[in-house]
Design a protein around this ligand. Structure first.
Ligand code: F6P
Length: 557
């Protein structure tokens, strides 16, 4: 538990966000900009696309189809400066304990720092430890991938099942799906997260226990879902291998910060890959939590991915704000959240391999910035973290894009596309990319009533066919989806989240909001399971639901 004296109290209380000059100026400015249409902004400035595009690190970031002028960008960056973003970035990279509610440093950037870097936590350089774990992971992955690591019966490992949840699942599964083209196709990878037994049952369906390796991934090694699934996995394995408990040794490895709990579960800690309390779960896909990813794509590709992360880290730390991709992305998001009342951001990757990227970003963004009090514990009087969602293109176009184009809400979109397909197939890729460009064009420019009527549309139908336009989007283009580019994309969003968190003066690195439900579930489990009718002391709705469940299960007296 945190100590009674708040470390936040030692932080110099910043001026309230709404009292900052740039914030006040942005309030006035937003009123002017809200009456401008992207059609007019583009018509007035033939160089607009160039002016609002940054190309760096192999990423082409076009933010010209946003409802902004040059002054908007100036003011947003001024707000970042007034919020002392630079010194907060330095503090994070320096290993200061900026996660004040948990008294921890926030050093996912150390996970991808080169071998010769020096990053101190409590006066200790953590980079050698990071590389020692990476080296152990690489040696282990080489043994499994080459078949040197044998299962209990002497068979090689062909199936890998990662058991974890939240950051111990979403990163590995997203990266596996994203980099499938680089993976060893002779191996099967599956991911179990949900405590719903169906998840586990389906994951092991058709697999031979003698060829299956379980990675139990849990920072705390106490998470209900993961430990429950891990116990079922152990039972499945032992049963499948003739009841021999010793078989666990060759079929279970752990990724955790909690050695004692790993040992208690029965996994030899020599088969444990560690990380540190200064790595948040949702920032951990490039730590040992990425073991499944490394097994799939191999140590070299994994290290390429880390290099991509690191290049974006360096860029975030050193590039001027005007050309700083995470700062621009973060501040543009904040512009709509705080000055246009936007509730959500749609992330729309036009790349099938990125199908889990929106789900991954949901935890990254919403667990980080879903906060309603400042670092100093004061209620905010502005909106914080937006709701992130999305699906890969073009599927979304035939589903929810209608609302983005013609609904009543403003939904900023991030389009992500690649020039080259990893599976070139006839004209598919040109068609795919044509859709990216067409969607952002349609959103921005729409179709006026005059245009609709000029097409001969009858008056009664015309209003239905009008596209108001003026709907903002960013487009991120890269040559090809590689491990390096994936690292850059993830780090881009990580640092955009940080940028927003700094301006909102919140702690992007704790997640107390997930606690209450966990505690209540622990209380309800025995009430569902007890043979005797339990005395219930919840509200009338929860009591009735519990009674109805018990009745449906035949557990009532
Ligand atoms: O419940 C939220 C959370 O704490 C996430 O932040 C974390 O990624 C997830 O649970 C899993 O935690 P662990 O890795 O400790 O099992």
């Amino acid at each position: 538990m945190p100590k009674s004296v708040s470390p936040a109290a030692r932080i110099k209380a910043p001026k309230p966000l709404t009292a900052l000059n740039a914030w006040k100026a942005l309030k006035d400015h937003a009123r002017q900009v809200s009456s401008l249409h992207l059609r007019d902004l583009f018509a007035a400035d033939p160089k607009r696309a160039k002016r609002f595009t940054v190309e760096t690190l192999g990423l082409y970031f076009d933010y010209s189809k946003n409802r902004i002028t040059g002054k908007t960008v100036d003011l947003l960056l001024e707000l970042a400066r007034e919020s002392e973003l630079s010194s907060r970035i330095d503090a994070m990279f320096r290993g200061d304990k900026i996660n004040v509610t948990e008294g921890r440093a926030v050093l996912h950037v150390a996970l991808r720092a080169p071998r010769n870097a020096r990053i101190l936590v409590d006066d200790k350089n953590v980079v050698p430890e990071v590389h020692a774990v990476l080296d152990r992971m690489a040696a282990f992955c080489d043994r499994v991938r080459s078949g040197k690591w044998k299962g209990h019966t002497g068979k090689r490992i062909r199936n890998v099942i990662n058991i974890g949840i939240g950051g111990s699942d979403l990163g590995p599964v997203m990266a596996y799906e994203a980099l499938k083209a680089y993976s060893d196709r002779r191996m099967t990878f599956r991911f179990v997260s949900n405590v719903d037994g169906t998840d586990f049952a389906e994951a092991v369906l058709g697999l031979d226990p003698a060829e299956t390796l379980f990675i139990i991934s849990s920072k705390t090694f106490t998470t209900l879902e993961t430990i429950t699934n891990a116990k079922s996995a152990r039972a499945w394995l032992v049963k499948g291998l003739g009841g021999n408990e010793k078989s666990v040794a060759k079929h279970f490895v752990a990724v955790s910060t909690n050695g004692p709990e790993v040992a208690k579960f029965g996994i030899d800690t020599r088969n444990m890959f560690g990380f540190w309390d200064w790595v948040g779960g949702r920032y951990s896909m490039d730590s040992a939590i990425g073991l499944a990813t490394m097994l799939a794509i191999g140590p070299e590709n994994f290290s390429e991915m880390l290099h991509g992360f690191h290049e974006m880290d360096r860029h975030f730390k050193t590039a001027p704000f005007e050309r700083n991709l995470p700062v621009l992305l973060g501040m543009l998001g904040l512009w709509y959240t705080d000055f246009f009342g936007a509730q959500t951001v749609a992330v729309l990757p036009y790349e099938q391999y990125l199908k889990r990227f929106p789900a991954y970003l949901q935890q990254l963004t919403m667990e980080s910035n879903g906060k309603h009090v400042t670092l100093a514990g004061k209620e905010v009087n502005y909106n914080t973290g937006a709701i992130y969602w999305g699906e890969p293109g073009t599927n979304g176009q035939h589903s929810f894009y209608q609302l983005i184009h013609q609904g009543t809400r403003l939904i900023p979109c991030d389009f992500i596309g690649f020039a080259k397909s990893l599976n070139p197939l006839g004209r598919h890729h040109d068609m795919l990319l044509a859709n990216v460009f067409a969607q952002s064009e349609a959103l921005a420019f729409g179709k006026t009533l005059e245009q609709v009527k000029a097409e001969g549309t009858p008056d009664w139908l015309a209003p239905h066919r009008v596209f108001e336009g003026n709907r903002p989007s960013n487009t991120i283009l890269a040559e090809e989806l590689t491990p390096n580019i994936l690292g850059k994309l993830v780090a881009l969003y990580e640092h955009a989240v940080f940028t927003q968190g700094v301006v909102w003066q919140i702690n992007s690195f704790d997640q107390w909001g997930v606690e209450l439900g966990k505690v209540l579930a622990q209380r309800i489990i025995p009430e569902l399971e007890s043979k005797q009718e339990p005395a219930l002391n919840h509200d009338s709705s929860t009591n009735s639901l519990i009674r109805r469940y018990r009745k449906l299960k035949g557990r009532n007296q």
